[in-house]
Design a protein around this ligand. Structure first.
Ligand code: GLU
Length: 380
């Protein structure tokens, strides 16, 4: 066993397992044998003291199978309808499988908007902790029925990444229908090399991940690697492994070289900053001069009005905004202390004149450092 794997599993207790549609379904719809196989493993490990939370796909595929549709559904409402048909069935299969081990499951359906609001984010976290305290296994999926394009998580890889943060997981295992990450998409190709360890999700690693998906899956390898970036930035190790492989979870926990392990970044973002960086959608953009960029990126400072060149978008006090440099590269994201209108009035000015211009000065900073996630880890 490599030292990395040993280190990763030393203290792992709270485990998030994401199971993809490609693992859960076969040509006859939901594959209850595979689900039972995975549940047996999780139940065994639960009795050894591990706590599991599952993010499970499969509702749409299950619904499609129930309706005996032959072709892939095209429109979003059709997929939503299929999810509504399949979700209950999906839960029933999990529930029966865990019941054999006298364990209970709980269904949690979420949308992006449930996590972008800090209060609802905290409520979700509280519910999860109670369920875990009770020894119940939460089974989470996107609330597909009410999701519309712009509020969709995009895919369950992303949802799992966010949940790993919320439940403060020690490990995220993403079970899919491939062994892990290859340097090229292995389907139908030779000369591909398996990557068993990723120390940092660099641009090259992102580039090798193929965006090809299964007919019924949504994310493909690309979204799994993007999720890896978020998860490891939060200090959580992440494994992509083959979910149909027998004893996969035991193999992982016994440190066998299986799947692709992404090591956590040492300096991880604190929960609040992660929430700002990855959960919130920016409402506006602030273009910064080089001085402000340096103060934020290299000196750990807050953003003052003097460093702002241009204000874009319509945002209110407390809204998330992105900070970009002269090349439009996002260098930070944070919660604004002033509305877009007021920020525009005081941009480029010294802090000491804010009161004169606006009539009052509730804050010195446009974004305080405590409410800001900086550089590398920030997207959009
Ligand atoms: N929520 C979808 C389902 O349960 C799957 C989304 C995904 O696979 O990423 O069918």
């Amino acid at each position: 066993m490599g030292t990395e794997r040993k280190d990763v599993f030393k203290d792992a207790k709270r485990i998030l397992v994401k199971i993809g549609t490609g693992v859960l379904t076969g040509k006859d719809g939901l594959d209850s044998k595979i689900i039972q196989q995975l549940v047996d493993e999780m139940a065994g490990l639960t009795k050894q003291g591990f706590q599991f939370v599952i993010v499970s796909s499969g509702s749409i595929a299950s619904g499609i199978h129930r309706m005996k549709f032959k072709n892939k559904l095209q429109s979003l409402p059709q997929k939503q309808a299929a999810a509504a048909i399949g979700q209950g069935r999906l839960m029933r299969v999990y529930s029966n499988a865990f019941r054999k081990h006298e364990l209970n499951v709980a269904q949690i359906l979420l949308n992006m908007s449930d996590l972008t609001d800090r209060k609802r984010f905290l409520n979700t976290r509280n519910t999860l902790s109670v369920l875990m305290e009770w020894g119940v296994i939460p089974v989470i999926n996107e609330n597909d029925t009410v999701a519309v394009e712009e509020i969709k998580f995009g895919d369950n890889d992303n949802l799992a990444a966010m949940m790993a943060n919320i439940m403060e997981a020690n490990l995220l295992i993403n079970l899919t229908n491939t062994e892990g990450l290859y340097d090229r998409n292995p389907r139908g190709r030779e000369n591909t090399n398996f990557i068993s360890l990723v120390r940092e999700v660099t641009d090259e690693i992102e580039a090798v991940a193929s965006s090809e998906t299964d007919p019924l899956g949504m994310g493909g390898m690309k979204s799994k690697v993007i999720a890896a970036k978020k998860v490891t930035a939060f200090g959580i190790p992440y494994i992509i492994a083959h979910g149909k492989r027998k004893n996969i979870l035991h193999d992982i926990f016994s440190g066998k070289e299986t799947g692709t392990l992404f090591l956590p970044m040492i300096e991880h973002l604190k929960s609040k900053k992660y929430w700002i960086a990855y959960t919130l959608r920016s409402r506006g953009k602030l273009y910064l001069d080089d001085g402000a960029k340096d103060a934020i990126v290299n000196q750990g400072k807050s953003l003052l009005p003097s460093g702002i060149v241009t204000v874009e978008g319509n945002f209110c006090v407390g809204d998330p905004v992105s900070c970009v440099d002269a090349n439009r590269v996002v260098i930070a994201k944070g919660l604004a202390n002033y509305s877009s209108e007021d920020t525009d009035k005081i941009k480029g000015l010294k802090t000491s004149v804010i009161g004169q211009v606006l009539g009052s000065k509730p804050y010195d900073e446009i974004i305080h450092r405590d409410n800001m996630a900086v550089s590398k880890q920030v997207k959009k």
